[in-house]
Design a protein around this ligand. Sequence first.
Ligand code: NAD
Length: 495
Amino acid sequence: MLTTQPQPKPAAPALPAPTPITVAYGDGIGPEIMEATLRILEAAGARLEIERIDIGEKVYLQGNTSGIQPTAWDSLRRTKVFLKAPITTPQGGGYKSLNVTTRKVLGLYANVRPCTSYHPFVQTKHPKMDVVIIRENEEDLYAGIEHQQTGEVVQCLKLISRPGCEKIVRYAFEYARVYGRKKVTCFTKDNIMKMSDGLFHKVFDEVGAEYPEIEKEHWIVDIGAAKLADTPEQFDVIVMPNLYGDILSDVAAQITGSVGIAGSANIGDGVAMFEAIHGSAPRLANLNVANPSGLLLGAVQMLVHIGQRDVAERVHNAWLRTLEDGVHTYDIFKEGNSSEHVGTREFADAVIRRLGSLPVQLPAVSYQQPTRQINVQVTPVKPAEKKLVGIDVFLHWNGKNPNELGARMQSLMVGKVKLKMITNRGTKVWPDGHPETFCTDHWRCRFLCEELNDCGYTGMLFLLQQISKAGLDIIKTENLYTFDGVPGFSAGQGQ
Ligand code: NAD
C-alpha cells in the first residue's frame, strides 16, 4: 500500500526587516499631510519602523528654545532617515528655523528639489518643465549670524567656504551623471559678490572640467531666475547657493502648477531628511484642503534612498494616475480640466485605490534599476602664505561729515599703518566722496600697511587703542590679509 507522507510546507520567504525611520508631524498643515502620506505608504506595503518625534512650535511653546528635544537628536542619529512635515518658523524674531538647524547640524549639505510639469493634467504655462534644483544647504546667509551694530544698522554675515562649494557642486555633477542628466547650470551673483559668489562660480568651473560629457553654463542669478520663470524647459540641473536655491525652488515648483506638488531630499554623508518644498501654510491648517503630494514625493525619494524601490515605484505611479484621472486638491483643481475636487484625506484615498496602476499618458516611473550612491570627496585646500596687511575698523559715529571723520582718523595713524579710505555701508565717502551719498551711523575706516607688507597684529592693536582713547566707538574690526600675495578683501564701492 502506497502511503503519501505529508510534505513539510516550504517556508515562506522571510520578509526583509522594516527600516527604522524618524518621523515629525510638524506644524500647520504638517499633521494632515503626514497622516495622508503615511497612510499611502502603509497601503503600498512600505516596511517601516516609525520613531515619532515632536519638533517645532509645540516644543518651543513648552519652553524648549531650540524647538527640538535632545532625545529627538538621538532618534535621528539612530535611524539616519528623517521624514519631516513642514514646521512654522516665526518671522522677524522668535526661535531660529529648525529646518535650517536640522540641515546644518546633521550635515545635510545637498538639497535636491525636482520640479516637474504634469501637462496636460495639471495646468501650467510650462508643459515641458523637468528641472532639478540642487540647493547648497549649510552656509551662505543661512549661517544666521546677525548683529545690530549701531542704532541704525544691522548685519547678516554671508559665509561661503571652498569645501562647502565643492561638496554641492560635485554633488550636482554626480547627480547629473547618475540620473543621465545632460546639463548643469550654476546661478550666482558674482558680478557683485565677487569673492563669495565668485568662489562658488570658480569651484563650479573647476569641478565642471572633470565632467566633459556634461554641458555646463553659468547665469547671473537675476537673469537666470527670469529665464527659469519664462523658459524652464531650457534647464536641466541647476546648482545654487542656499538663498537663491531656497527662493527659486519655490518659484520652480509653483510654475509647474503648485508649490504643493514638489518634494525634496536633504542629503548628508550619514543622515538624510525628506520633506515637501513648501512650508506649514498655517492658513490652510485643519481644513483638510492641503495637497499632500509634496511630502508624498519626498517620501518616494526616501523609499528609493532606503532601498524600497518597489514600494517607491508603486506609490509614484499610483500618484501619477491619480493626477491623470483628474482627482485634484484645490491648488491644482481647474474646472474643465479636473474631474473631482478633493480634500487631503480623499486625495490619499484616491492614491491608495490606484496602487498597482500605472499612468496611461504620463510616463510611468521605474525605480527598479539601482542607482549608485553619490559619494562626494572634498579636495584638501592647499595652505597659502597669509600676511596681515591691514585692518578695517568699523565705527558707530553719529557725525555726518566724512571729511571730519577722515581728519580725526588721520591724526591717530601710527607707524606704517595708513588710513586708505572710509566707506559708509560699503560706499567710499573719503577721500573724495560725493555729497549725495546717504550716510548712516555705520562707518568703516580701512587702514593698510605700506606696500601691503605684514605689519603684525601688535601694530593693529596699538592703532585700535588710539582710536578707542580718542573716544570713538569701535563696533568691530576685520583683519585684511593677502593669500600668496593676492588681496583677500574687496574694494570699496567707488574706490
Ligand atoms: P508656505 O509654503 O507654507 O505656504 C504658502 C502658500 O502656498 C499657502 O498659503 C498656500 O497657498 C500654498 N501652499 C503651500 N503648501 C501647500 C499645499 N501643500 N497644498 C496647497 N497649497 C499649498 O509658505 P509661508 O506661508 O511663507 O510659510 C509658512 C510657514 O512655513 C513659515 O513659518 C515658514 O517659516 C515655514 N516654512 C517651513 C518650511 C519647512 O518646514 N521646510 C519651508 C518653508 C517655509
